[in-house]
Design a protein around this ligand. Structure first.
Ligand code: ZN
Length: 94
């Protein structure tokens, strides 16, 4: 790769990077205003809420799922017990 090519590649990488951020910002604009599970209102301008709520981005569908911490914790518990259930089912080696 010569210097010219490298510079072009770097420029392209920079361009791609900023494009990604723009995409994220665009997706942020698609944020709902309530929890998907319990319909608790979500305030995008509340930084604490933005930090604590779970945002699941489905880039392909350009969809953003939003869950409040309560529902997220519940979901984690369900997932956790589900995994435990699976492990206890096919484990038993120890
Ligand atoms: Zn909720």
């Amino acid at each position: 790769m010569n210097r010219e090519q490298r510079r072009a590649a770097e420029k392209q990488a920079k361009k791609d990077g900023s494009g990604e951020v723009q995409e994220k910002v665009a997706l942020f604009g698609k944020l709902g205003d309530e929890c998907l599970a319990c319909s608790k209102p979500f305030d995008k301008k509340n930084k604490e809420m933005v930090m604590s709520w779970q945002v699941i981005v489905h880039e392909k569908e350009e969809k953003v799922n939003l869950y409040c911490p309560d529902c997220w914790n519940k979901a984690q518990e369900v997932i956790h017990s589900f995994i435990e259930h699976i492990e206890s089912k096919d484990g038993g080696e120890e």
